[in-house]
Design a protein around this ligand. Structure first.
Ligand code: FAD
Length: 401
């Protein structure tokens, strides 16, 4: 064991939604000596990419310099973590730096596994295929939707946990509503491929989404998955796992969402559950504290907690992690508990949103108890379009919401 070159009382790996929120909360509580390892010079508000793909927001509004969101007083190491040694209490970075810690907060997000579907990565370079899952491609989605007048549009969702499980279908609704308004929806066959048995895991929201799907005449393939894309030939192969069949569908527009998993270096490292191939950082689902290494915490998309992976979940997890880190620095047991809250603002039209909020019980847990949030609503559209991004940049990243 050698002494690391630098050491922080609290070290955070990943300066996305989770890392910056926790750093801000720790700074607000006057915790000193915080380090943040984050390789990207740009910070992204990813939930906006659905609206960008739908032609309802400019992509530039989703990005800001990372330097502008790192809280004052936090030491930002612009580098990539490649290894965590919880025995040694060190993190090694791509440039070879070794950084020691008293408490570690792990939140490097989720990995996009484009290559797990044959032909998907190559197809993204062809003219009729896009994905809202990257900053670069989200504007292309809108160009394709805007220019389509007839033909077949296919929207797909992969099996397994992904960030914002609603995003694969939100873009289908924004597209269908655009085509309806342009009077061309009747000439466009819209196919939505979902790995799940229904449209949503919470009955109340699934029922409303069934009405939305019927309104647009969308063909939904449940229990199904995209297994192959032929970008040049403009066709996809969809496997129906319930029926045990495969279907080839020709397309004029294809929106894909890649399979996702824990970052490979986390999967292969000592913080993952060795008995679970998913490989997320194995934390207690309430305290967010690692089950084997008590000085380690994790939150956000890289954590093993069985909530829906969303920024909304991060907003509720960050205060729990900050409080529990502070308590354990004072040798107290972690007092705060996360209840699994997540929310998914499902954009069902270009002026309507269904704000699905729920927790570990998978029951609706509305933040606005006096209105019916089990229905698509115009006020929730304005919340999604303007309110949530303001909340993100001005309050959440500053540790105030
Ligand atoms: C299209 C789309 C739509 C979405 N819509 C919604 C929505 O409507 N509502 C909602 O609540 N959520 C939504 N989300 C999900 C939301 O953006 C994520 O759940 C949230 O950003 C997770 O926060 P995080 O900090 O865990 O990960 P991220 O915000 O992704 O941040 C991870 C950070 O870690 C950094 N990093 C990666 N590897 C390393 C490494 N090795 N070392 C150090 N740093 C590293 C990355 O550069 C990044 O800055 C959406 C996401 C997408 C893509």
């Amino acid at each position: 064991m050698t002494t690391p070159a630098t050491h922080h009382r609290v070290l955070i790996v990943g300066g996305g939604s989770a890392g910056v929120s926790v750093a801000a909360r720790l700074r607000n509580a006057r915790v000193g000596d915080i380090g943040l390892i984050e390789p990207s010079g740009t910070h992204y508000y990813q939930p906006l990419w659905t609206l960008v793909g739908g032609g309802c927001a400019p992509v530039g509004k989703s990005a800001r310099p990372q330097a502008s969101v790192v809280p004052r007083g936090v030491a930002w190491l612009k580098d990539r973590a490649v290894e965590i040694d919880p025995g040694d209490r060190t993190v090694t970075t791509a440039s070879g730096a070794r950084v020691g810690y008293d408490r570690l907060v792990v939140c490097p997000g989720i990995q996009l596994d484009w290559e797990r579907v044959a032909g998907m990565a190559e197809a993204l370079r062809t003219p009729a295929v896009s994905s809202n899952y990257t900053y670069e491609l989200a504007p292309k989605t809108w160009e394709l939707i805007r220019d389509l007048r007839s033909g077949t549009a296919v929207f797909t969702m992969p099996a397994g946990p992904i960030k914002c499980a609603g995003a694969p279908q939100k873009i289908a609704y924004l597209a269908a509503d655009h085509w309806r308004r342009r009077g061309v929806l009747g000439a466009i066959r819209v196919v939505l491929v979902l790995p799940t048995p229904g449209l949503f895991g919470v009955r109340e929201f699934a029922e409303e989404l069934e009405r939305v799907v019927a309104r647009y005449g969308i063909e939904v393939r449940t229990n199904s998955e995209l297994v192959e894309v032929d970008g040049e030939g403009r066709q996809v192969v969809v496997a129906d796992h319930a029926a045990g069949t495969r279907e080839t569908i020709g397309y004029d527009l294809l929106h894909v969402v890649p399979p996702q998993s824990a970052p490979d270096w986390i999967k292969a490292g000592p913080l993952a559950d060795p008995g679970n191939p998913a490989g997320y950082v194995e934390v207690d689902k309430h305290t967010m504290r690692h089950v084997r290494h008590p000085e380690v915490f994790a939150l956000g998309d890289a954590g093993s907690t069985p909530n829906s992976k969303t920024g909304a979940a991060v907003r509720r997890q960050a205060p729990v992690v900050a409080r529990n880190v502070i308590a354990t620095l004072g040798n107290q047991p972690p007092p705060a508990s996360y209840d699994g809250y997540a929310s998914c603002p499902l954009t069902t039209a270009r002026d309507k949103t269904l704000l699905a909020e729920f927790d570990y019980t998978m029951r609706p847990t509305p933040s606005f108890p006096f209105i019916d949030t089990t229905r698509e609503r115009r006020d929730m559209w304005y919340l999604k379009r303007y309110g949530l991004s303001a909340l993100y940049w001005n309050l959440m990243l500053k540790g105030r919401a």
